[in-house]
Design a protein around this ligand. Structure first.
Ligand SMILES: Nc1ncnc2c1ncn2[C@@H]1O[C@H](COP(=O)(O)OP(=O)(O)OP(=O)(O)O)[C@@H](O)[C@H]1O
Length: 381
């Protein structure tokens, strides 16, 4: 009987996870490839979703590598844990982050559980992130070596336990080198273009998707500084803090563009201002967060660290100040609770930035770092 470690490789039909499988195979692991069926556009609501092509591509790579290939149906879990979270968030005026939730709830949640039930000790993905063992045998998650492709931000809410079962075989490779490896090995996906996040959101505009599920609820567009009525919008869920495109109010004669600076739930008003450092509410020096999760020992005392306020932003200096006795964790109202259950540490905090930060929308996620090392993160209140 084989004593090689059994690893389930999440194969999306993209080049990154194809090379993840290639490398693990070369390293001698006992691997099986699996495509997660997360969403199928059965109602044909949101147009084209290339899942069938993706399955064919993933299967072709698995055949090339001579490994078994499975399709795992997680549509029900995905609907309950990601789509409902997304729609619930938008209905409540938040800006949810389905990519981060998908990693925690699906890839390293139900998919990992499926892997365990089927005799695998770990789940590998094609994320640009690295895992490093600490002296006490726990794991740290580091940014991908290719800083232009780093995806550690998307793994922000993973726990130490999830990290222990995760493998990121491509995290140390620059993308051009990865494509070269794929070509040399003759992988069918070698020159496939990069995907755009979650299938059903990547291939369609989020607005088109939301239109099918969240009823329009028109309200006034109001200029924040003088209360002037500028027009009408179709629903607050189509907008997020810091958004400039699609407001539908022309720039003024000086070519100054309007930007969303707030939402007022009482009268469904969309608050806008001219974009700039003095736009009211657009820039903040500090922000409250909830649903904090750590993959390292939880921070219970104030500490200086670095924060990434959104994907692709550089890390910025900040001070993390935990609330000693959080009164309420707003995520408790969410369909999918983002909060760490029974956390033995404060799950709310204040984050104070050295430089003001722009457009931190409620529901979005902040990630904390110590250099390249991801510590954890939380959700903007
Ligand atoms: N439907 C899916 N089935 C299996 N694994 C998936 C699926 N979607 C994503 N993954 C896994 O999650 C990783 C990151 O997903 P993401 O959507 O960010 O793709 P990516 O970075 O473009 O990678 P790839 O080139 O492998 O598609 C993928 O590399 C893959 O391991």
């Amino acid at each position: 009987m084989s004593t090689r470690e059994k690893i389930l490789v999440a194969m999306s039909g993209g080049v990154d996870s194809s090379v993840a499988a290639l490398l693990l195979k070369r390293q001698g692991y006992d691997i099986v490839g699996a495509y997660m069926k997360n969403w199928i556009n059965e109602d044909n609501i949101v147009g084209h979703c290339p899942w069938m092509q993706d399955i064919d591509d993933a299967r072709a790579v698995a055949d090339n590598l001579g490994i078994e290939f499975r399709v795992v149906n997680l549509m029900k879990d995905y609907r309950e844990r990601i789509v409902d979270y997304l729609l619930d968030g938008y209905r409540r005026g938040l800006t949810p982050n389905p990519d981060i939730m998908c990693n925690r709830e699906i890839k390293f949640g139900v998919f990992r559980a499926w892997a365990r039930d089927n005799g695998f000790s770990a789940v590998a993905t094609g994320h640009y992130a690295r895992r490093e063992q600490n002296s006490d045998a726990t794991w740290s998650l580091l940014e991908g070596a290719d800083k232009n492709k780093d995806q550690s931000y998307f793994l922000t809410l993973l726990s130490q336990e999830q990290l222990a079962d995760a493998r990121f075989p491509i995290g140390h490779i620059p993308k051009p080198e990865l494509r070269a490896l794929a070509r040399e090995a003759g992988l069918a996906t070698a020159d496939k273009k990069d995907s755009q996040g979650i299938c059903f959101i990547g291939e369609v505009k989020m607005q088109d998707f939301l239109r099918q599920y969240v009823p329009d609820q028109p309200g006034p567009i109001i200029r924040a500084d003088d209360g002037r009525l500028l027009g009408e919008h179709r629903g607050l869920h189509y907008f997020t803090l810091g958004q400039r495109k699609g407001i539908g109010i022309p720039s003024n004669t000086d070519n100054k563009a309007y930007v969303v600076v707030g939402k007022r739930s009482e009268d469904h008003a969309l608050l806008v201002a001219f974009d700039g450092a003095d736009a009211p509410g657009l820039f903040v020096n500090e922000v409250r967060i909830h649903s904090i999760a750590w993959n390292c020992p939880p921070l219970t005392q104030p500490r200086k660290l670095e924060a990434r306020v959104r994907y692709r932003d550089p890390r910025v200096p900040a001070e993390f100040i935990p609330d000693p006795a959080p009164l309420s964790d707003t995520s408790a109202h969410s369909v999918v609770s983002i909060a760490a259950t029974n956390a033995a540490y404060p799950t709310t905090a204040l984050v104070r930035f050295t430089e003001p930060q722009r457009g931190l929308a409620s529901g979005q996620i902040i990630a904390f770092y110590d250099g390249e090392r991801l510590l954890g993160g939380g959700v903007y209140s």
